[in-house]
Design a protein. Structure first.
Length: 572
């Protein structure tokens, strides 16, 4: 029975991943249409809430004229359906009805002519009735690949995991494991049915997250079964935070208005971490409170992306870019002070991603990389234990009872598991320090086999490809930047965990997303999923996105745009 369950787990994992890939990545691009801009004989379709107007090839609306700058203006829509146009430090200026746009921009109404550097563009917004017709033509998420069937396969996968623990666990331990898995199954079906109640059919992101969480639950059951009750409570809390953050992100203006408060909370968390944290293996990134330990830096990850993506008005207010750079510097320096250089590197890579997505400047990124290289050299010089990790890199077999103890055991255990593994709870690596956190990939390979380990990595990669794919069709640059930044953070974390435990990269001691034991890490990973969910604007896919047909302007006007319908929108 144990041998049979190994093959069943592999088959179910492959089928689940394939179904999610087909559902998430095979649909054609179906943008939402919000308004039109007519320039000469050309009509531009506005499919996003921020539209860049300029002479550049990368501009959404390209106006080739000597008086128009490369990036001249931004036309932006808010949650209430109101549009404003902003001048981006141009020489020719932006005018509507002889009124020049100032720092706060100008309101734009249906039929207005926007004068950009002497060139005229006429604006028309898609009416509510027209938007409803356009929305009805878009494909419903999950129409071809039923999310309920995929979730049912995940449930069978979890029951097979529980069956494996039946052969390795005993007595009260087995009961605790069984209750935790049953609670996890109930939780995911409650979430699915709640989404169905509000007419949301896309559930692939949650399914992949629950798949990885299930493997993480098995890791805890094997290595620390006494913590099963705590683990399921943290899982429930993580899912609740995912839903709450997704609900908060439904209104873009509300989300952006809270960025200063989130930044302040993040700074306070890091200060508390610096002052009160306990040292563990050279790093002071743990706080103990009421019998629980947690890492503030894991929660700051969420705040960092929230703040970084919400500085959209950098497009017309440069000072906010400088504030974000200062905030980033504070986070990275704070992490360096407590000795958590693995997380500091994750923050830095995320900063590069956000900076590039917001500016498109390769030179800025290269300058930041150079500065980071110098800072890294200084850190290695003043922190001896970091230098020792680098000296061990590639030489773990030279000192298997000293500096290379953990990694040599991890590689041996991963190899001993073969393709199919020894079964849940059947490995020995779980008895090595940090096996269920920093070396969890090797532990999973030992117990579940290399195939499950690779599928586990593939699940994160699928989420990453989906985040990049949705970036070009997100309603707002905020959602697109937040989704890409969240996935870059998870990808770097994944790579450092897998390659570090296998001695391909220096061992930095970071967790595998969703799988490593650790409540704060699980909370942050689920909250990062809310950013990816908010970028998914497929029809009826995301509870974090309001339906385009429901997103009605406050004035309720329903103008006749029949004269515009004969124009052919430009194909992007």
């Amino acid at each position: 029975m144990l041998a049979l369950s190994k093959y069943v787990l592999i088959i179910l994992s492959l089928v689940l991943i394939i179904r999610c890939i087909r559902s998430m990545l095979s649909d054609r691009y179906e943008p939402e249409i919000w308004a039109y801009l007519r320039y000469g004989e050309t009509t531009y379709t506005l499919t996003h809430w921020e539209t860049i107007i300029g002479r550049s090839l990368n501009a959404d609306v390209r106006v080739v004229s000597p008086g128009v700058g490369r990036v001249h203006a931004v036309l932006r829509r808010n949650d209430k359906g109101r549009w404003r146009v902003y001048d981006i430090f141009s020489k020719g200026g932006v005018w509507i009805k002889s009124v020049k746009a100032g720092p706060e921009g100008l309101p734009v109404e249906n039929g207005d002519v926007i004068n950009v550097g002497g060139e005229k563009l006429r604006f028309r917004e898609v009416t509510l009735s027209k938007r409803e017709k356009l929305e009805s033509k878009r494909t419903v998420a999950g129409l071809g690949i039923s999310p309920a069937v995929t979730l049912l396969e995940l449930t069978v996968f979890q029951l097979c995991l529980l069956l494996q623990h039946y052969f390795s666990a005993e007595g009260d331990t087995l009961r605790a494991i069984a209750l935790a898995f049953v609670a996890l199954i109930a939780l995911e079906w409650i979430c699915y049915n709640a989404m169905r109640v509000i007419n949301r059919s896309g559930f692939e992101i949650e399914t992949l997250a629950f798949y990885l969480t299930s493997i993480g639950m098995s890791v805890v059951a094997s290595s620390a079964p006494e913590d099963m009750f705590k683990q399921i409570l943290l899982t429930i809390a993580a899912v609740v935070l995912f839903v709450l953050l997704g609900w908060w992100l439904r209104k873009l203006d509300r989300a952006m208005s809270a960025r200063f408060s989130v930044a302040v909370i993040s700074v306070l968390l890091m200060l508390v971490n610096i002052v009160f944290s306990d040292a563990l293996l050279g790093a002071r990134n743990w706080l103990n409170f009421a019998g629980f330990s947690f890492q503030p830096s894991e929660l700051v990850k969420v705040g960092y992306i929230y703040v970084g993506a919400s500085t959209l008005d950098k497009l017309f207010r440069r000072r906010n870019l400088y504030m974000f750079i200062l905030f980033s510097t504070f986070c990275v320096v704070s992490l360096a002070l407590i000795g958590d250089f693995g997380t500091a590197f994750i923050f830095f890579v995320t900063f590069l991603v956000i900076s590039f997505l917001r500016s498109g400047s390769v030179a800025t990124v290269l300058l930041a990389v150079t500065g980071a290289g110098l800072a890294g050299f200084l850190a290695v010089s003043v922190r001896p234990y970091i230098a020792r990790r680098f000296s061990t890199w590639g030489h773990v077999w030279d000192d298997v009872y000293g500096a290379g103890f953990q990694q040599s055991r991890a590689m041996s255990a991963a190899a001993s598991g073969g393709l199919y593994g020894k079964g849940a709870g059947g490995g020995w690596l779980k008895d090595i320090f940090a096996a269920n956190t920093d070396m969890v990939f090797a532990m999973v390979c030992e117990e579940q086999g290399l195939i499950i380990g690779v599928i586990m990595v593939l699940a994160v990669l699928v989420l990453a490809f989906f985040a990049v794919r949705t970036a070009r069709q997100g309603r707002s640059a905020y959602y697109s930047i937040a989704a890409c930044a969240a996935m870059s953070m998870l990808l770097v974390q994944l790579g450092m965990n897998v390659f570090g435990s296998l001695d391909i990269l220096p061992f930095t001691g970071v967790t595998f997303p969703f799988v490593s034991k650790g409540g704060t890490s699980l909370l942050s990973c689920w909250m990062l999923m809310a950013f990816i969910k908010s970028a998914d604007n497929r029809r009826d896919a995301s509870f974090a996105v309001r339906s385009a047909a429901q997103d009605e302007p406050d004035d309720g006007e329903d103008e006749d745009l029949s004269s515009w319908e004969v124009w052919q929108p430009r194909k992007k």
